[in-house]
Design a protein around this ligand. Sequence first.
Ligand code: ATP
Length: 210
Amino acid sequence: MGILGGTFDPVHVGHLRAAIEMRDALDLAEVRLVPAHVPPHRPQPAASAEHRLALLRLAVRGVPGIRVDERELGRAGPSYTVDTLTELRAELGARPLCLLVGEDAFRGLPTWHRWQALFELAHVVVMQRPPMPNSPDLPAVLAKFVAGREAHSPSALAAAPAGLVWRQAIPPLDVSATRIRAVLRAGHSARFLMTDSCLRYIRGHHLYTD
Ligand code: ATP
């Protein structure tokens, strides 16, 4: 199982393609999109938890193997990934679990609550877009921690419940929720950046306007 967390404010094709690419490249039975209630690292989302969840449900409707997991929305206080993975581990037994993170998030991992414990609970899969010129090195503490944990192939992830790091290249899609919010605020079209079902919901509920 793969876990893709985020604010999803709103969910867009970058998220959906990333989930599908990961499902197919790693042969995952399921990828769960996990919207955060109170992201510890970020300003509060523009849309309420209820709207972000409704948009996610619309976006994944009919997409095999992609689901929404709303557990963080029901939890009081900050949404720490380590808590989410602890709950999932209790439910999954020894099934392999993959935490899917973008490269930027991976570089910032040492700032996450109990970050080293994440590797006891899940594999960490870095979704790698093509290498940027001058992309910074990993922080030394992280480079040291992951040395020796690198998987040699995706099949190694299937053979253990947790503990490995795998870098999976995905084709880049230059779409962000920030840009979509700006487009919508300006009264412009966000068509083809997200599903039509989500656009209809956003229009119907007057979201992301000032
Ligand atoms: P914002 O623009 O508000 O910061 P975002 O579009 O980056 O939002 P998040 O909810 O922060 O969306 O992202 C959740 C996860 O999806 C993160 O792991 C992020 O790396 C990944 N992600 C976001 N956009 C893309 C994209 N275009 N392609 C691949 N992965 C993406």
